[in-house]
Design a protein around this ligand. Sequence first.
Ligand SMILES: *Cc1c(COP(=O)(O)O)cnc(C)c1O
Length: 469
Amino acid sequence: MVSILPTDHPADQILSSRHYLPAGDRAPNQTLLPLTAAVNAQDHLVIGGCDVPELVQQFGSPLYILDESTLRTACRQYRQAFKRYYPGEALTVYASKAWSCLAVCAIATQEGLGIDVVSGGELHTALQAGAAAEQIYFHGNNKSLDELQMGLEAGCRIVVDNWYELRSLTQLTAQMNQTATILLRLTPGIECHTHEYIRTGHIDSKFGFDPEQLEPVFAYVSQQSGLRCIGLHAHIGSQIFELQPHQDLGAVMIQWFQQAIRHGLPITELDIGGGLGICYTEADDPPSIEAWVQTVARGIADACAAADLALPRLLCEPGRSLIGSACVTAYTVGSQKTVPGIRDYLAVDGGMSDNPRPITYQSSYRVLAADRMSAALSQTVTLAGKHCESGDVIIPSAALPELEAGAVVVVAATGAYNYSMASNYNRVPRPAAVLVNRGEAQLILRRETLADLVRQDCLPAALNPSKLR
Ligand SMILES: *Cc1c(COP(=O)(O)O)cnc(C)c1O
């Protein structure tokens, strides 16, 4: 339960922000902070060799700070573990919905990962970042005809989710005189909750074909000359801490795989999805990337051996466990308010617009005093955002030292589903993001300006303020 802490500091003894620093030999998904996190002589948090309060001075606040080395380490751990534990070919595919931007897609591509996209926008970003089309997997349960056409023109793999898409693709490939390379997404009937999972024959999910429908789907696909079905895909959920569900999924998918072969489909790939969890607080205890890959790879290899099957090309699609803990969000402290006998509020200059996870999923986070890392955590506050919404609370009960307005705090593990889910609620500009490594910081997302906020606005002539006057 105390996986992110040094052994001499159990979870109930987090005395200062310093105690959240990574300890021991942990995988990137098992630490709260990026692997390079440290404290300097000024008692400031340092990430990627950069002083965090100085970064805020230079690039403004709030600021996403992405540690290049943690992200690359996570990419490498997936690839190396597949090399070690899977005797066949394997590909790790970055689920870019976790954080889609040019720099992140370029790093994943450089590390030899494929990119999973779920919209024309993410596809465009991956292509612009230099991802090779045959390493791009296009997901989504309602891709538009334009998006399907874009995928076909790019030559990426299309993960077909439903009958509507199958028929649309059949028509499109005929019109375009092209062949689509596809995978079929299936609903495995394995659903993960935080600490349990259930199996049912028919699961209520908006994603994927019902496994009961496999026979007609395979029969249809095998008759379409425009569709080349090379693989099967399933994704069972996210922020999963157990290994068993993925082991079970492998076994189920091997049965489907055999069924597809019986239909004569040219099938070679199994894509087992993503879902490995990370540490948002010291209570989270996910298995390492290596342990997860080992379980998945062994499961598939053993099932193939038992069924006398050639090994498929094995794919997985992590998002959160690649980038979640590689990033922190720095905020500046502003107003504080005491409601006597109830709570103390401490407000920062961001909130639900840059991190919508607490208000959407009641997600837990930890906050650190980035300019007083060794100060005793002497108060419990409600860390509030600046938005006009009572629920805009980042952390309901956060331990911090006494802080003055202007202090810099950092919320940890904000790499996944933060920037990518950010909004302009209250017309708050989205923050900048910097990539840090070896003491250097490079801008990867410019801070939005007020001009950016009205860029798409159109003013009908009669409403022009100069005429109204
Ligand atoms: C969301 C998603 C992923 C990534 O999930 P993580 O929990 O971030 O690893 C992978 N594949 C599919 C199809 C998804 O929808």
